[in-house]
Design a binder for this molecule. Structure first.
Ligand SMILES: Cc1cc2nc3c(=O)[nH]c(=O)nc-3n(C[C@H](O)[C@H](O)[C@H](O)COP(=O)(O)OP(=O)(O)OC[C@H]3O[C@@H](n4cnc5c(N)ncnc54)[C@H](O)[C@@H]3O)c2cc1C
Length: 451
């Protein structure tokens, strides 16, 4: 089954879609236009870059194949967190400690940027501060404690350790041994945030076209314009309507859905399904008792559970992974059973919404940013930037990534290039065989999670 077909099923019953009504739609591209920059993808990465580029005076056309926020940006766990999906040691080993420190600091800036944008654009997206990282057993607790100390000593990241006996004050659950709390990270309603950024981008003069899938990318000689061709289905018009954008610079920010226009990027990421339920609203006293601080939570397993209490007294609970593109059977019930392992006291609470999406996992789980020319060797691709490989940790980082692309296009590529120097390997097996290869690798980590 194709990724897109599965994804249509996965978005149908999303809590976010039900609670963030779209007040604005953007017309499909139906003619030939030009701009300084063309952005492919109306998720947080593309929108952030578009906003930052407009602020620097560039004309920007943003092309979204479906609706803004349709991808991961409008469906994720809502956890706004500093750091990367990979351990920071991956960056230290590759680029050295000074560059790793700069990367870490930029991930902190990414969280601050969320606050700056919420405030500047008056985006009401239910921000709640507080984050708990919890260990499920003593062995994992030891590793978590070592990580916490190292992050404080080497990266100045402040958090507090929670001993086993103090855990009930933080979470009423039999599943967790001990953990770390910080009040820098937190959570929000991601679709409200994404649509808020989109409104800000449109207001700033970004030309946005939804229902406009980029189907081909034609680069010319180095320094020449790139042409993007689009196809759209337009209500009231028969067949497919075509359009094009000619631009000096291009940003590819289409995530795992961006297939067929820049194949050199595709084997460097792998779509991995992850799933979420939102419970029905509970008695406020019960809802408030589960995680008294209101913090978002993740465990330290490789295949992790992530969850958070909601302002309307629901529990939003995410986890599982799938390496095939098929939607898991009985998704809502299987996720509800997962929730009950953490909160058995919710046995009478129903799952009202269930949805999911695909994360763009890179082999080492570090982000994969660069210029297409670095992947193809074709200098005609030197002005085509790409952002991918957020590996399930992109709600805040996409915002910073878009800013780095804007800086690079404006001639300040130093920060972008710290990221572009991170080395990545393609998934073994190439385009079609990478899924089985990853499944084998993940089976190993699943077993480790049980220990
Ligand atoms: C279920 C789930 C839970 C997650 N939880 C968290 C979390 O709690 N915290 C966190 O930090 N991160 C989380 N993530 C990851 C985070 O959501 C992503 O890293 C981030 O949203 C990626 O943003 P993006 O703009 O790169 O991609 P997307 O938001 O996926 O946007 C890409 C867009 O590009 C469009 N597109 C693709 N190809 C084309 C084309 N050819 N033409 C035009 N448009 C195109 C797509 O339609 C899509 O709308 C989660 C992800 C998922 C799926």
């Amino acid at each position: 089954m194709s990724l897109l077909k599965t994804d249509q099923e996965l978005t149908r019953n999303s809590y976010y879609v039900a609670t963030a009504p779209r007040t604005q739609r953007y017309a499909a591209l139906q003619d030939d236009v030009s701009a300084d920059v063309a952005v492919v993808g109306g998720g947080l990465a593309g929108l952030s870059a578009a906003l930052e580029l407009r602020a620097r005076g560039y004309s920007v056309v943003l092309l979204e194949a479906r609706e803004l926020g349709w991808g991961a940006s409008g469906r994720n766990g809502g956890q706004v967190i500093a750091g990367l999906a990979s351990d920071i040691s991956v960056i230290e080993e590759q680029l050295g400690t000074a560059a790793a420190r700069r990367v870490w600091d930029m991930t902190v800036e990414a969280v601050n940027l969320v606050h700056e944008r919420r405030a500047r654009h008056a985006i009401d997206c239910e921000w709640q501060s507080g984050y708990l990282t919890l260990a499920v057993n003593a062995r994992k607790a030891k590793a978590l404690r070592a990580w916490q100390e190292e992050m404080y000593l080497r990266y100045d990241f402040q958090s507090r350790w929670i001993e086993s006996q103090d855990m009930p004050r933080w979470i009423v659950s039999p599943r967790f041994h001990s953990g770390v709390y910080d009040d820098f990270n937190g959570h929000l309603h991601p679709l409200k945030y994404t649509l808020g950024l989109a409104a800000a981008a449109a207001q700033a003069g970004v030309r946005i076209h939804e229902d406009s899938a980029v189907t081909a990318l034609q680069a010319q000689a180095a320094g020449a314009l790139t042409t993007l061709r689009t196809e759209a289905r337009v209500v009231g018009r028969d067949g497919v309507v075509q359009g094009s954008v000619r631009a000096r610079y291009v940003l590819l920010a289409g995530n795992v859905y961006q297939q067929g226009i820049a194949r050199a990027l595709e084997a460097r990421i792998m779509p991995v399904g992850t799933y979420i339920i939102a419970s029905e609203p509970m008695d406020p006293a019960l809802a408030g008792s589960l995680i008294p601080s209101g913090a978002a939570v993740c465990d330290t397993n490789f295949v992790l559970d992530y969850f958070r209490p909601m302002q309307d007294h629901r529990m939003l609970y995410g986890g599982r992974v799938s390496y095939s593109t098929a939607t898991p059977m009985n998704l809502a019930e299987s996720m509800r059973r997962r929730m009950l392992l953490s909160f058995p006291q919710l046995k009478d609470v129903k799952a009202e919404y269930a949805w999911g999406g695909f994360v763009d996992i890179s082999m080492n789980r570090a982000p994969d940013f660069g210029r297409l020319s670095e992947r193809t060797g074709d200098q005609g691709h030197a002005n085509i930037y790409y952002l991918q490989g957020f590996s399930g940790h992109g709600l805040a980082l996409t915002g910073l990534a878009g800013k780095l692309v804007a800086e690079a296009i404006a001639g300040q590529a130093e920060r972008f290039d710290i990221f572009s120097r991170i080395q990545h390997r393609a998934f073994p097996g190439g385009r079609w065989l990478r899924t089985p290869a990853l499944v084998l690798g993940m089976a190993y980590y699943r077993i480790k999670d049980l220990l």
